[in-house]
Design a protein around this ligand. Structure first.
Ligand code: GLP
Length: 234
């Protein structure tokens, strides 16, 4: 894995943004995998400021909570609309459907979409417990898009986005590790001391389903962009 260590979150965003734009500019069509959470916010801000040409770019997001309406303030549909999709004219934008009675079918449909539009570049964050997308510890490395029960640690980390702790959904639909690994290129961003343990495991730990991010050791085109704090245990 290619590792780039920079000073702070602002610099991570700059490096990741520039790599992403360079990857899709001038391409006839490009599928860009996007992530949510706090880590990509600075990257999306740069998209809003610089407004690169994205009419050739199809976006596919990693995950969505189960049971939230698309226009719910806390859904990832709303997050993406506010951060990015309302500001730039992408060719298409896709997220998994977490608000349906037939979640199995929603997973199948999303996998079909990913087969039709193989991801050229996937942006990832990392959870404090080493999860990628919503693939919690214990997820086999070959899983396709699936339904997950969120761990206490993940619900706890994400409760800042909700008014009440009990509003944090218990389940999500997420691209699987198998789906993520099919991306031709991956950029993972992580900042701050809270991510240091997970970053250390991802880079130096044994391949282990208890740290989903270790799966990335098997990918041949991954760049990890971290700040000094996140890298401090390596
Ligand atoms: C969330 C998301 C992930 C994200 C991770 C880290 O649960 N499902 O896609 O990468 O946790 O989030 P943050 O960037 O807010 O630390």
């Amino acid at each position: 894995m290619n590792v780039i260590v920079v000073k702070n979150a602002e610099e991570i965003s700059k490096v990741a943004y520039e790599k992403m734009v360079k990857a899709f500019e001038g391409k006839a069509e490009f599928t860009l995998g996007l992530a949510t959470g706090g880590s990509p916010l600075g990257i999306y801000e740069l998209f809003r400021i610089h407004k690169p040409e994205v009419s050739n770019v199809i976006t596919v997001n990693l995950d969505e909570y189960v049971g939230l309406a698309e226009d719910d303030q806390t859904s990832y549909h709303t997050y993406m609309a506010e951060q990015l999709f309302n500001h730039l004219n992408f060719k298409e934008n896709h997220l998994p459907n977490g608000n349906t009675k037939n979640l199995e079918e929603a997973c199948k449909n999303y996998e079909e979409l990913l087969q039709k539009h193989p991801v050229d570049l996937q942006l990832l964050g990392i959870g404090e417990n080493g999860h990628i997308a919503f693939n919690e510890p214990g997820t086999p490395f070959d899983t396709p898009t699936h339904i997950v029960e969120l761990t206490e640690s993940t619900r706890n980390a994400n409760k800042i986005y909700f008014e009440n702790e009990e509003d944090v959904p218990t389940h999500a639909v997420t691209m699987g590790i198998g789906s993520i690994m099919r991306a031709k290129e991956i950029i993972l961003v992580a900042s701050g001391i809270k991510k240091a343990e997970a970053v250390k495991e991802m880079l130096n730990g044994k391949l282990d389903i208890n740290c989903p991010a270790t799966a990335l050791q098997n990918h041949n085109n991954v760049t990890i962009v971290v700040d000094e704090e996140a890298y401090s245990l390596c």
